[in-house]
Design a protein around this ligand. Structure first.
Ligand code: HEM
Length: 228
């Protein structure tokens, strides 16, 4: 087992399985976040966030999600160090620029930018909701719940730092999109789902997915900048 994990394919398998799990999470997260733009009273988003925070199935998923991020991040650090040890000198025999895209050659850098974004994002929302319990309550359809809508809209429309936060969220979404542009087909290729014919198709599907994620997450701060 340990020989398999240390092999090139074993290392990639852990990255691709944890990555696919995180890609599915991003779709669900974006769907929930889109509620922010469909109902300016905030009720729709608050009901969605309340469901996600109280549903027993979601409570089980939360630590699994945390583990998924942890494995993906720590594993990427480990394989980057191992690759550096195996290939300490970058020689110019192969024309790397033509052989691969910029995103594929900079997955660790892009992943690190997403990680910095994620740390800031957790402080803004997850910490305030789950740890500090600093949110005011609202009543929606007779049910009392935390006003997560006010927290999100308050951040992006803040009189002093709203523009800065909006810019940082858009930059984070662009870095995430570039990371996913390579990650999508690469993960499927590791699982053996990509031959030469399918590589082209999967990279188009991956690009569509990356644009939806980067565009969708960017649209939210832009929406608040325009409509508030
Ligand atoms: C405009 C962009 C975004 C907004 C407005 C937003 C909003 C939120 C909110 C309100 C929460 C707290 C939910 C709760 O705990 O009830 C949350 C949690 C979270 N977000 Fe985001 N998010 C955005 C982008 C992202 C991106 C791009 C990622 C991933 C790279 C991400 C990853 C997470 C994670 C991992 C959690 C914790 C989930 C949990 O355990 O509940 N978010 N987000």
């Amino acid at each position: 087992m340990s020989t398999f994990i240390k092999s090139s394919i074993g290392r990639k398998l852990i990255m691709s399985l944890s990555g696919i799990f995180l890609m599915l999470f991003l779709l669900v997260h974006l769907l929930l976040n889109s509620f922010l733009m469909f109902d300016s009273s905030g009720d729709l988003f608050n009901m969605g966030a309340h469901f996600m925070g109280t549903n027993p199935m979601m409570k089980v998923m939360e630590p699994i999600l945390g583990l998924g991020f942890l494995v993906h991040i720590l594993w990427s650090v480990w394989i980057t160090i191992e690759n550096q040890k195996a290939n300490p000198v970058k020689y110019a025999v192969v024309d790397q620029k033509n052989a691969s895209s910029w995103a594929s050659r900079n997955m660790f850098v892009l992943g690190s930018v997403v990680f910095i974004f994620l740390a800031m994002h957790m402080m803004h929302f997850w910490y305030e909701i789950k740890i500090a319990h600093s949110l005011a309550e609202v009543e929606v359809d007779g049910v009392m719940m935390e006003n997560a809508y006010a927290l999100v809209s308050g951040l992006f429309t803040d009189a002093t730092l709203g523009l800065v936060y909006s810019g940082l969220y858009i930059l984070g979404a662009i870095a995430l999109g570039l990371h996913l542009h390579h990650a999508f087909w690469s993960a499927l290729q590791t699982l053996g789902w990509s031959n030469i014919e399918w590589r082209k198709r999967l990279s188009v599907v991956g690009d569509i997915y990356a644009v939806i994620i980067a565009g969708g997450f960017s649209l939210i701060p832009i929406y608040f900048l325009i409509f508030s």
